[in-house]
Each structure stands twice: as C-alpha cells, then as structure tokens.
Design a protein around this ligand. Sequence first.
Ligand code: G4P
Length: 529
Amino acid sequence: MSNIAKEVAKRRTFAIISHPDAGKTTLTEKLLLFAGAIQIAGSVKSRKSDRHASSDWMDIEKQRGISVASSVMQMEYRDCVINLLDTPGHQDFSEDTYRVLTAVDAALMVIDAANGVEPQTIRLLQVCRARNTPIITFINKLDREVQEPLDLLSEIEDHLGMDAIPFSWPVGMAKRFGGVFNLPKDQMHVFDNKNKDHRAENIEILPGLHNPDTEARFGAEYAKAQEEIELIQAATPDFDLHAFLAGKQTPVFFGSALNNFGVQEVLDALVDMAPPPGPREAVQREVKPTESKFTGMVFKVQANMDPAHRDRVAFVRVSSGHFTRGMRLKVARTNKEIRPNNVVSFLSQRRDLVEEAFAGDIIGIPNHGVLQLGDVLTEGETLQFTGLPFFAPELFQSVEVKDPLRTKQLRTGLTQLGEEGAIQVFKPHLTGGSLLLGAVGQLQFEVVADRLKNEYGVDARMSPSRYNLARWVTSKNPAALKKFIDSNAANIAYDVVDAVAFLASSPAQLRVAQELHPDIEFHTMREHS
Ligand code: G4P
C-alpha cells in the first residue's frame, strides 16, 4: 500500500450535529479528552466563551451566547486520525452547517434523551439523508429524568427513515441510572456518579444478560431493561455495516457526556464503523482519495478568525493526494497560483501550523479574498467538485446605504460577505432597484448589518422586501429562459455568481409562474458549479 493509501485508511472525518443544548459541546470535549487531545476538561467550553470574548466584531454573537463559528478539531485515537467538524447549532446558521456536512464522511448525532429528536436536528438530518451520510447516534443525559428508550428509538426511526440499531441499552435513568448494557459484548457497564473517568479499564463490568448478581443489584430497573432488550433483539434487524454506510441504519449508544459515560463506545464506533474518505465527484471526473496529486475544495470561508489580522480563512477539505506546506497550488476558478505557507489547522483552541495533510483532513488557508466558497485547489488540473449546496433563501430584505457616498463600500462589503456565504446577495434584473439580501434565518441580517458597520464602515438601511421565496431557474431551451426573464423582469434577480433567480411574494405566484412556463425548471437548491 502506498503511503498516501495508508494515511487515507487512517482518516475518519465527521460532523457532530444536534439541537442547541443537547450536549454537543460537552461530548466534543469528552471525545477530545478520551483521545488524549486535551488534558483538562473544560477547554472546549472555555473555547466557546473565548470565542465570544475574541470576536468583538460580532457583538451580536456575544449578546446571544450562540456560537456562530464552526470549527475543526483533529485528534488521534487508536491508529486513526479523527477530524471532528463542529457545526453551529443555532438554526439561523443552518446554511453554513449544511455546507460543513458536505465536507464529512459521517455524522455523529447527539440527542437529548429528555427532548428526543428536535427541529434543528431534523433539518440537519434531511441534509445527511440526501447525501446518504452514515450517522452514529448518541442519546445523552441518561443521568436525568428522560423519555423511555423504546420511544426514543421509534422517534429516531420515524424522523430518520432508517433503522435504529441499539448497541447499548440503559438500565434505569436519573438517580436510578445504573449504567448501560453493552449488547455486542453482552455485559453491563456500571455507572458510578463518583467516577469521572468511565474508561474501559476503570469501569465495573458485569457479564451476561441473565446474571443473578446484576439482577439482584439493580432490581426492577434491570428487569425492565432485560425485557426491553429481548423485545428489541427480536424486533430489530442485525447491524449491517453496508446498510450503515449507505445511510440505512444508525447504531445507537446511550450515555451521559457530562459524566464521561458511554463516550468511549462512540469513539470506538467512529474508528470501527465510520468510513475512511471515499471518492468525490467532480464535473470532469471522479477523484479518488489515494491519487498522488493534491486536490481540495473550499467548503467554508470565515472572516476575522483573528481580529488582529482581519484575515479570511478558507476551510479546505482535502480530497486527494498529499498536501505539504509551501507547495504550489492552482485555484481552478481563476487559474491563480497560491503557495500557502502559513496554513492553519484547528486542534481544540490551538491553531497549529500544518506540515502535511491527506484526504479527509481540513486545512485552513488565510487569504484576502483569493479563495471563495466552492473553489477547488489542484496541482494544475482544472477541476470543479459538485455538491456544495446553496439553499433558496426564505427571507428577504432590501438594503440601501444611508450615506450615498458609501455606496461603493456597501457593494464591496456585500460582495465579500456573499462570497463568504454569510448572506446571499441578489442584484435585480431591472436597473435602479436596490440590492436584495436573502437569508435562511433572520439573524443573518443582523450579523451582516453589524459587520457592514464594523468592517466596512457602512451604515446600511435594511427594509422588508415584498419577496418571500426564491427559486433558481434554468432551462434546456435558452430562448425559453430569455422569454421567461423578459416576461417576469420585475421578479428576476442575479446571485453572486450571476445565476438567475425568480423571486416571488407568495407560493401562489410561484405556482402560477410554474404552470405558465412548463419548460422552465425551478430549483430550491443550487449546487456550486
Ligand atoms: P450544546 O453544545 O449542544 O449546545 O450543549 P452543551 O454541551 O453546551 O450542553 C448543554 C447543557 O447540558 C449544559 O448545561 C451541559 O452541562 C448539560 N449536559 C451535557 N451533557 C449532559 C449530561 O450527560 N447530563 C446532564 N445532566 N447534563 C448534561 P448548562 O447548565 O447549560 O451549562 P453548564 O453551566 O453546565 O456549562
């Protein structure tokens, strides 16, 4: 096996998704702790608050206490290199989250056992489902009063549309939480709320489901668990790795992230079940991760990670080859050459210099606008990966500048924020119309107004727009598209890459347009191309 193939086989790249407060940050921290990437619990939490403290440019973020930024952590566990991509939990940033999901090979879904599957998780799952991303499920907070495990399983199955296959089963909950029964190993793992480090080597283990000692010790709680286990063993199919990899089954683990309980099982599942990086589709051809030449795609651009430097960092997922610091790369869109020297990786709160990277790894390239969302970096080849989604906005505002002398700054600011994916900017087809901003969540407007002011010195005036939905329009027949644009001129706008969009004020208006123009295709999602 070549060195590249060996490195690729070691990689596991996944996103951690959940509804806010389900315990994503806590679990992330515990995964890092168990992998030995951080020594002290609390680092990731403090990263959360550090980020608020350091991102003064975005007071909104601080005020609302939500983490707008996604970040990347790398850890080594057993013989694997695990890349963990955090996703912003707040629903107004789901667009960003969706794009992060295009850069991973698997997802870890965290569910609060008291709340079950929550709305934000459902939206994220739809994206995973559309891409057949394999999902590992962790049901958290068993140390609290929570829902019945059987109900949780069926809720997951209903929402995911895939079989939920338990790998562990809880015995009791809240104060009576006795631990979990590990199904593949046929043994009980005892929960001890004084033990803050539930690693395999210092956990009490009781063998066998029908163990009289266990039955005596955990009484009615255990009898109930035994009954449920027998029920699910009869009713659920066996775990099938292929079905999991195809996104048709999800393995389910129960635990308590706060108490380090059940965390190691999740790490082991990532290593044992989650797939290494696979091939990626490009317009021109399929790119295999083990190819010798480097390729990678920008899936996220973030401004001002470090306010002292006013930089933009392009997050690149390596798709193939071997990246070394200082190598010459071509930006396929512009043919420009770059030689990233000060590349950053993201490990917990440290930003280390990357020396080398392989498929599945994420590298951060600081730049001043050379790199945009969807850009492909190669060693010379012209390549465009497919699949980076832009979602049709659901909210619109028109934007004008209070001081007309700053119109140019407004345009520059909006172009850059649009390239970053912070907001979608639409230019109306009819001249004289003001620019339109499109968002998936209301908070995006506030963030953009705040950043325009602080970073570009522009006082923007935003006002409600009459539009409520947008569809990108295409047609196999160019004449038909032109006719459509001409006859709907007042509702046509162009996005940041000049793709044509039809803006409507109501679903009825959209329906009428669709009926009148059968040769026009209306799209809710645009893939970067
Ligand atoms: P998020 O990133 O998904 O938003 O969730 P986060 O980890 O911040 O956790 C949300 C809350 O749930 C936190 O409490 C956290 O301590 C708690 N939590 C996480 N895992 C468990 C668990 O296994 N059991 C219990 N009982 N609680 C858990 P908080 O009060 O909001 O924050 P903090 O004051 O504890 O930091």
